[in-house]
Structure formats: structure tokens, C-alpha cells
Design a protein around this ligand. Structure first.
Ligand code: GLN
Length: 188
């Protein structure tokens, strides 16, 4: 199983090592031509959503990734990656807009936005979560499954082939969320 990790900016290296520790093959996506190889899943990492969004457009990756996700390519977006997937963005502009959610940018405030907690994740159990100037989810559409809630805020959602997390699962040392994503890829 081969997973492409968008590697324009942000925390992509940690996703690569976590996926490889689970036996997946990975490659970093920096250019449109890299998408010519066959692959079964995509990771959009955390970082700065405005920067990732500009780079996606500047490198002509935008339309290609948008149509592949709309066509069913399994994708996991974490933190800024969740914002990139959201159809509606509070405090910013939508980018790929493939997922029927509102992303609220910097939902915990800009300064006090970083913390760790452990919370229930549907069908996985209690998982550690690292939040860094994180968004949260509002107004999930009817087809969106809420997987995890922290202090009344939605932090993990799934809509068919799309998984979006407001936090950084790649920074915790717990591989179960990446395994959950690889299971989604295997099922698709
Ligand atoms: N605050 C960032 C944004 O709005 C997201 C932070 C992150 O990915 N850790 O893009």
C-alpha cells in the first residue's frame, strides 16, 4: 500500500515515519508530476493552512488533488490539513473544499492553543491528542460522522473517504489513528 504525503510545508516527516513503522510505503508530494505514480491514500499534514493553500495553487496541485479526493481517494487531513479539506472556513478561506464541515481556525485562541489530552475516538478507544493552534469543527453535514469531541468541540470527523483531525496524531507516538486510516485505505 502506497501513501502520498503532501510535503509542501509543516509536519509531514512525522507522518512518513509513522506510516512506514506500520509497513506502508510512502512518498512525499512536492510537485504535480509526482502524482503520476500509482498510490492508494493521501495525507495532508498540519502546518499553516494559508501557506499550504497558496503552495497547492502555485504548484498546480490544487485541481488534481481536489478531483482525486472527490473521486474517492482516501485522505487524512490533520490540523491545517482539516482546514484545507473543509467546505467552509471561519477565519480563513476554503481551499480544496471537499468535506461538508465548517473549520474554525485557531479555535482555542492564538496563544493558549497548544495542549495535550487523552479522549475517546470512536471504534479506537482512548487516544492521546496533541493540539497546536488547532482548529475545531462546526456544522458537520448529514453525511459526516463525528469521531471525537474534546470539551464540547468536535475534533475528529469522517465523511466517506475523508478523515479529518483537528490535532496532530503523528506527534503522539500512538500509531492507532494511522492504522485506522490505513484500514480505510485497505477497505476502499
Ligand atoms: N493554526 C494553523 C492554521 O490555521 C493550523 C495549526 C496546525 O496545523 N498545527 O493553519
Amino acid at each position: 500500500m502506497k501513501i502520498g504525503v503532501l510535503a509542501l510545508q509543516g509536519a509531514f516527516a512525522e507522518h512518513v515515519s509513522m506510516l512506514e513503522s506500520l509497513g506502508a510505503e510512502t512518498f512525499e508530494i512536492q510537485k504535480l508530476s509526482y502524482l503520476e505514480q500509482p498510490f492508494e491514500g493521501l495525507i495532508i499534514p498540519g502546518g499553516e493552512s494559508t501557506t499550504i493553500s497558496k503552495l497547492l495553487r502555485g504548484l498546480d496541485l490544487f485541481a488534481e488533488l481536489q478531483s482525486r479526493i472527490a473521486g474517492g481517494l482516501p485522505v487524512m487531513g490533520t490540523c491545517a490539513g482539516l482546514i484545507i479539506l473543509a467546505k467552509r472556513v471561519e477565519g480563513g478561506k476554503p481551499c480544496l473544499a471537499t468535506m461538508d464541515i465548517t473549520a474554525v481556525r485557531n479555535a482555542y485562541g492564538r496563544q493558549l492553543g497548544s495542549f495535550e489530552t487523552t479522549t475517546t475516538f470512536a471504534k479506537v478507544g482512548n487516544v492521546p491528542m496533541t493540539f497546536i493552534r488547532a482548529p475545531c469543527v462546526r456544522d458537520p453535514g448529514a453525511g459526516v460522522e463525528v469521531l471525537s469531541v474534546v470539551d464540547g468541540r468536535i475534533v475528529a470527523v469522517r465523511e466517506k473517504n475523508q478523515l479529518a483531525l483537528a490535532y496532530h496524531p503523528e506527534l503522539t507516538g500512538d500509531v492507532r489513528i494511522h492504522q485506522y486510516f490505513l484500514d480505510m485505505v485497505a477497505e476502499s
